[in-house]
Design a protein. Sequence first.
Length: 562
Amino acid sequence: MNETPETGIDFVRHQITLDNSSGRFGGTVATRFPPEPNGYLHIGHAKSIVLNFGIAQDFSGTCNLRFDDTNPTREDVEYVDSIQQDIRWLGFGWHDRLFYASDYFEQLYQWALHLIEHDLAYVDELTADQIREYRGTPTEPGRNSPWRDRPRQENLELFARMRAGEFPDGHCILRAKIDMAHPNINMRDPALYRIRHARHHRTGDDWCIYPTYDFAHGQSDAIEGITHSICTLEFENHRPLYDWLLSHLPVPHVPRQIEFARLNLTWTVMSKRKLLRLVQEKYVEGWDDPRMPTISGMRRRGYTAEGIRDFCRRIGVSKTNSTVDLALLEFSQREDLNARSPRFMGVVDPVKLTITNWPAGQVEWFDASTSAEDPTVDIRRIPCTGNLWVEREDFMEDAPRKWFRLAPGKEVRLKFAWYVTCTGVVRDAHGEIQEILCTYDPESRGGETPDQRKVKGTIHWVSADHGLPAHIRLFEPLFTREDPDEADDFTTVINEHSCTVMNGYLEPALQELKAGETVQFLRMGYFCRDSRLDTPEHPVFNRAVTLKDSWARVIRNQRENE
């Protein structure tokens, strides 16, 4: 976090504090979050949401939600609805301050006329390729369009004809008249309006010309009385145009733009264009696939809003682009889930355990708390029989000396229940272990024995006669490369093993868990009941995060072996 030594707060809040001290905006603070409704929000947007809405809360100000709906060819009501749902889920609201750039289409059109009337804009008929050619390069100045010096009246007439729908898409555009030799390419007569014969999700067919983001952005801020327009660093080079337009238009208010570094996260992509490709080409289940960095995907996976907000606060606000390790996001989730998740037992990769000296037909019930803090509250009953499911990884036939779980001759404790000792195994025709044979000590109920002996190993289990069959989905990062953008085509480094489906068994009490609720499976991690694939007959659970940072350990081992 870029903090100021005087205050210890991030540089954005520091600047706002200075503006308030100077009386620049009369001591008021008004921010906005302006998503384009052309995709679902991702974790990078969460950082901006936490920043903009958080600043409004910190300074007793306001934060508007404004949809930048200026490109009807890419936008959809589905995205508008999902964005609002995600912001509310993250814990923020906008009250009556929901706006759309399309609310201002008529005013923006009138301001475009103002620029034409003052010889600050013109209608250009160069093709898109010609415009790029005439623009020049970062080291070479551009050239004036042959249409740059049209008479003012001709520009007004042509712009009116553009609005009337007389020209096809791409026939002409409205450009600002600034300086084709300006060192900032964004100031070389940028586009202000383009023709789009497309139905708008709010205005229908009322318009066939639409303002560019650069033209709509600052003027929408001015109309709404935004004091601090907080943008990511890619808009830093657009700030001179932002200021130029505000200074040449009769706007009611002049905001201030401040840029901060966007969020880059390892093992994923953050470009909405690339995320859309993953969805459209069916590399994932949809925008809410639990492997996606979208807010809806994280919610479906079992991440919490509190954990995401904590992550955003931990990474802070900086002026310099950097990449944050995915492990930090998982750490924030693990910390939050540990404090709030009830504990149950679930066997992810099951192998049968048969207690050979168990009385036929006997069922024993154990009372156990789902709370990690208070063993006397939230009690559920767990059935135990002579037929159990245990984790395959909890048995090793040729175990090392410090192996404290199941092995031939080893005694372990079944969580909440008995001591059992492995006496043998049953194999199938291929030599694979299909069943572990054990005996139990009837006098060890609850882990207490007359001789007060203790065992070092405790394993979880589920009664095979009562267990709830479930599909359990385990996730790894969606890509095999830490920075997928380094690949020529990011889809070539998609991790084929990013989702593994296991047929596990759960405590019967988990049948009552609702979709979207997250619990801890003892020793196995945090799991959320799926909101899309789950059915009463076939429950589906997604692992949100492991109990420990096992993926980071795998990555470190891979690097050490390279």
